[in-house]
Design a protein around this ligand. Sequence first.
Ligand SMILES: Cc1cc2nc3c(=O)[nH]c(=O)nc-3n(C[C@H](O)[C@H](O)[C@H](O)COP(=O)(O)OP(=O)(O)OC[C@H]3O[C@@H](n4cnc5c(N)ncnc54)[C@H](O)[C@@H]3O)c2cc1C
Length: 394
Amino acid sequence: MKVLISGGGVAGLTLAYWLRRRGVEAVIVERAAHGRLGGYGIDFFGTGYDVAGRMGIVDRLAPHRLPVDSIDFVDAAGRVGARLTTPLLDKIIQGPHLALMHTTLEGALLDAVEGEVEIRFGETVTAVRDTGSAVEADFAGGGTQRFDLMVGADGIHSRTRELVFGPEPEFARYLGCRLACFPVADRYGWGRARVHCTEPGRQVVVYPTGRAGELIALFLFRSSRTGNVPRDERPGLLRSTFGGMGWLTPSLLAEAPADEPIFMDTMTQIVMPAWHRGRVALVGDACGCMTMVSAQGVSMAMAGAYVLAEELATRGDHRLAFAHYQERMRAEVSRRQRNAQMFTRSLVPGTRPGLVAQSLAQRLVMREAFAPVLRRRFGADSILPPQTSQPVKE
Ligand SMILES: Cc1cc2nc3c(=O)[nH]c(=O)nc-3n(C[C@H](O)[C@H](O)[C@H](O)COP(=O)(O)OP(=O)(O)OC[C@H]3O[C@@H](n4cnc5c(N)ncnc54)[C@H](O)[C@@H]3O)c2cc1C
């Protein structure tokens, strides 16, 4: 069996790894010219950590953990109103966890498939035809190739989904918030903290990347505008939305890169009635994006990839495998999507009274007594059954 995977991100690389380990050939086409640079930080725990452990890459990730000992919530003057410390986070998660740059995880996954899986960087699929007995894919770089199956692991704005299942608006659930981020120089003598400052309708988050003198500035804001904001309009949109905001905001905005695109996207979930059609299936954000608010996107992408590889390698029939994969994963994803939907409403309150209520709630829940509630909300347990034996790499 030969599987074409569109997208060499967390889901695509994890899928290729587990297919290869189970004797299935996989080819990845990745739009980016090489492994992605820059990016944003992620909280990594639960199922994702479990899958990384099974792949033997945790030891390579751990040295690159972000230097963050607390998550602080400050007011416009920088006064800390609530603090989530590492010991409390340990009690919430009750298991191993790491804060990492997303690119660190992708880099480790890339290394894990290096030399084992063909990856065509700078390539995309432009057309897909399911002939019943195979999938024919046309490539932007020219040529057509036949595969037994195709998996779209190409993220929230999946081209595979568009080609095979329908246009994005059919499956998009916009949560009313937009996010943007970029790296800034540490001109502040930053400590080991991730700091959130919120005003009605907008929030700024800053944390260290672990690279000397570098911080990430993340901007979250309520917006009724859906769809893509052209790159050249992004700095202006950020300046107008965050104009007049206190704390470090003016200084951070002044550092918005002029010569490089700012990462900006909507907070949108992807909700689909079916994750597979014929010989094509989707995995990760492509079929089940939960948004960053769930802090579980990476975990569910890796879990989905692991489960899909297992089903494909053991069922002997792709229809059965796809159906079982969806059955094992979709309820878990839907639950996290519902949680994230609820949480987004209170993440960036739209009004001053809402902000006051948020501050009170933060002070209340950031205690040991609330750890079990937060633990349930963030789905800190692995959803995979315990591993009975360690697969051996051929
Ligand atoms: C700011 C931010 C913070 C987040 N924080 C967390 C967190 O704390 N914890 C957590 O678990 N998750 C977090 N997430 C979510 C997490 O990053 C995603 O859920 C996860 O990356 C999904 O993995 P994926 O492989 O499905 O998609 P992606 O990571 O988006 O990968 C898709 C890949 O497909 C490639 N691609 C796209 N289109 C094409 C095409 N047409 N052809 C070929 N290749 C293509 C892309 O270049 C990319 O390499 C966060 C997300 C953001 C934006």
